[in-house]
Design a protein around this ligand. Structure first.
Ligand code: GUN
Ligand code: ZN
Length: 435
């Protein structure tokens, strides 16, 4: 960790509130010539360049990013690191996609060397896309999680991960049992949860691949370790929903399966939630659970259109997920660009400030980490990204026609991807530079 106080001069966008709760102008501050001051991994000051510089007595290193834009690091609230190698697999919707592509690739993670290799590739991708925190699926193999956390710790990252629990409706080579799933999860929690910047998520894959006995064990783990996360999938695909109803005929619906076993609480994150009833939405809201909205995945697998406004009107926390490998990009900018189109198809607008909020502070709130990360606020951990608004010839040309920050940001989020990430900083240290 860098000990020396360092100041970064750049345009700075500081998101301060959810645009759904305040007027757009109140949701952010923009410093066209700004200064971000970082020390010992934390943000110690942020503001206008001249004013902020005057408050410090000059004994700090200066880094000049004057033609760039600094924002908080992006937060991905749902992604599968073991699916890095099968992103962009052709032709199927959820259940066949899992069987034909996903499960065979996940089997390879029984080999810790392969897991380690993919963890490195995956974390490099996150860094080059400006993502500094993610909620991550491992595989059923506990070593997959060990390898992931080892590599994340080496890089000082704030990361959340968990071993997949799956004891039925999956190939034998990928299933555990309620008992060994419980024991392995417990061992991993003891080893990694709250170990530095790492946290553990108990991770049943989804209701169809767990027996009632296994889901009961998940509930027990959450009772024993109330501060761990619970991470799973919910109501992504219509066939999946019918399958859940047939597997759990005594339950009222998909969410009620999880609810029955005590899996809904603060720090429960459900990926997708594309097809939820009003009652299910109300229950998610009442329990402080969160949904990960995964636009590129929902389009790629033909799952459906997520209605962000409706979900937010219930007061549910929503973060953004790339859901790689069903999602088609590691970039939260590409993810927001697809979210915009999903909203368009429902006659709604997604404002660029709201997009930036969703990719940063909104994700932090969904994960209950907004006291630590998600915005460029004094006292928070210094995870930030330096964006290059003129990354391509087209972007440079288009940027010349923009008049307002909001317009510029919209172009950036619509056309941007890893080419638009100039540098990524993790806990105050340079983690990636686009050279
Ligand atoms: N539902 C159960 N497993 C998965 C998965 O790996 N990806 C997606 N998108 N949905 C799932
Ligand atoms: Zn997923």
């Amino acid at each position: 960790m860098s000990q020396q106080k360092t100041a970064y001069r750049s345009a700075i966008i500081q998101i301060i509130a959810d645009p759904k709760e305040v007027d757009i102008e109140e949701a952010y501050r923009y410093f066209e010539d700004g200064l971000l001051v970082v020390e010992n991994g934390y943000i110690v000051d942020v503001g206008d360049y001249i004013e902020t510089l005057a408050k410090h007595n000059g004994d700090m290193a200066m880094v000049n990013y004057q033609d760039k834009i600094i924002t908080a690091g992006f937060i991905d609230t749902h992604i599968h690191y073991p699916q890095t190698g099968m992103i962009a697999s052709y032709g199927e919707q959820l259940l066949d996609w899992l069987e034909n592509y996903t499960f065979p690739e996940e089997e390879r993670f029984k080999d810790p060397e392969y897991a380690k290799k993919v963890a490195k590739i995956f974390l490099n991708e996150l860094a080059s896309n400006g993502t500094t925190t993610a909620l991550v699926f491992g595989t059923v193999h506990k070593q997959s999680v060990d390898m992931f956390f080892q590599e994340a710790q080496r890089r000082n990252l704030r990361m959340i991960c968990g071993k997949v629990l799956m004891d039925r409706n999956a190939p034998d080579y990928l299933t555990d049992t309620p008992e060994c799933g419980y024991n392995d999860s417990k061992e991993l929690i003891e080893k990694w949860h709250n170990n530095g910047r790492l946290s553990y998520a108990v991770t049943p894959r989804f209701a169809p691949t767990s027996t009632p006995e296994q889901l009961a064990m998940v509930g027990q783990l959450l009772q024993e370790y109330p501060s761990v996360y619970m991470h799973t999938h919910l109501s992504e695909n219509k066939q999946e929903i019918e399958w859940v109803k047939s597997l759990f005929p005594d339950r009222e619906g998909y969410l009620d399966v999880y609810d029955h076993y005590g899996l809904l609480h603060q720090r429960s994150v459900f990926a997708h939630g594309v097809h939820l009833s009003d009652c299910e939405c109300q229950r998610l809201s009442d329990t402080g659970s969160a949904i990960a909205f995964c636009p590129t995945s929902n389009l790629f697998l033909g799952s459906g259109l997520f209605d962000l406004t409706r979900i937010e009107n219930f007061g549910i926390r929503v973060g953004m997920g790339t859901d790689v490998g069903a999602g088609t990009s590691f970039s939260l900018m590409q993810t927001m660009s697809e979210a915009y189109k999903i909203m368009q198809l429902q006659q709604q607008k997604l404002h660029p400030i709201k997009s930036l909020y969703q990719a940063t502070l909104g994700g932090a709130k969904a994960l209950y980490l907004d006291n630590k990360i998600g915005s460029l606020e004094v006292g928070k951990e210094a995870d930030f990204v330096v964006l290059e608004p003129n990354a391509t010839t087209l972007m440079k040309f288009r940027m010349q026609q923009t008049k307002t920050l909001e317009e510029k940001l919209f172009v950036l989020m619509s056309l941007g991807d890893d080419r638009t990430v100039h540098a990524t900083y993790v806990y105050g240290d340079l983690a990636y530079k686009n050279e």
